[in-house]
Design a protein around this ligand. Sequence first.
Ligand SMILES: Cc1ncc(COP(=O)(O)O)c(C=O)c1O
Length: 426
Amino acid sequence: MLQTKSSLFERASKVTPPTAQRATKIGVVKAEGSYLYGEDGQKYLDFASGVAVMNVGHNHPKVVEAAKRQMDEMIHAGHNVVYYPSYIELAEKLNELNGGDHMVYFSNSGAEVNEGAIKLAKKVTKRPAVISFKRGFHGRTLAATSITASSAAYRKDYEGLMPSVYYADFPYVFRSNLTEEEEVERCIQQLEEIFKFQVTPDSVAAIILEPIQGEGGYIVPPQSFLERIRRICDDHGILLVFDEIQTGFGRTGKMFAYEHFNVKPDIITLAKGIASGFPLSALIAPKEIMEQWPAGTHGGTYGGNPVACAAALASIKILEEEGLSNSTTLGKYFKGKLLELKDKYKVIGDVRGLGLMLAMELVKDDGTPDPEKLAHLRAFAEKKGVILLGCGTDKNVIRFIPPTTVTKQEIDLVLSIVEEGLTENE
Ligand SMILES: Cc1ncc(COP(=O)(O)O)c(C=O)c1O
């Protein structure tokens, strides 16, 4: 009897749990630049970038070369045991990129580095509470889940999470029916009410937020909101943590999104794009804060792996040489074209984002979220060979996160497929 070969999806379904489910059923065997190559021979234009990780494109030759060179020299020796060049060079570079006078601690993932930020803030302030934001996403480990409020589904059955977490409103101008100023004022008032009714500010160790909310819907806050939050932190001795895990490393056209808002956090957490696919994350904070984190009070075996650090150094160089300017220029072009589509199609309620961290929110005629349209558009794009991801608590926001090395022609192709997908069946 003729046996057909099982797909990677079919094989995975037998040996991995539903929680390891993917956004697509595509099996891939190779990746290069803006493209993934399927096991069936199909070529996919990847506007997901492994969820905002492959910011300099898949398998950039300079990243591959740096990683291979490091592998030839040393794969792991343990940052708890010895010192090695790539770790120190990367810490020096990240310090320089953040204005000097900072220190850097490396971990493996976004969730892990956010855990570190919570521990550092508690250690330094000797305070118990943390404030995070509705629609914020910070990872899947227990403390990271505790400060995540982008969907109740992520928390269901895990409740009894880290105590003393309070959730503030993040400005969402498009949905608010308020002006920018009014929406900022409303959110600040709600935060003040948390201080009045639930937790006094002198019990709060940290306020943590994404400078642009990712998973929650690619929501860009007005600059004045971040300025007000900065002031509140200063007034009360609260440490301000920016989770730049998705917004960092050139995604928004700057190395870090905080540079757009002219608001400097006390603690920065980084992961995803930092090492172009090698597991690495970094916590950055001023020296006077970091020097209060005693030896042995935080750690991990693999953090700052030599190969990941070498890949990160190469990635930063590529971003400095071409990625940042490409992200700015093509991001502007792409956003302009999406705004033109918005003028043509009522289903596009909003277009937002910075650099190549762009999104459009799909709505029904009455302005309510349209998750069905999003599912249709993603499936349509996939059939045409383009991978797109959704986001947003109501699953109605399409995000566009191509590598910063993307070309105008690739963006134009995606735009034409998006337009075709939006008008199909109309
Ligand atoms: C803003 C933000 N923080 C934290 C995380 C968690 O990172 P990781 O999946 O590496 O734990 C993510 C991942 O999507 C993220 O987007």
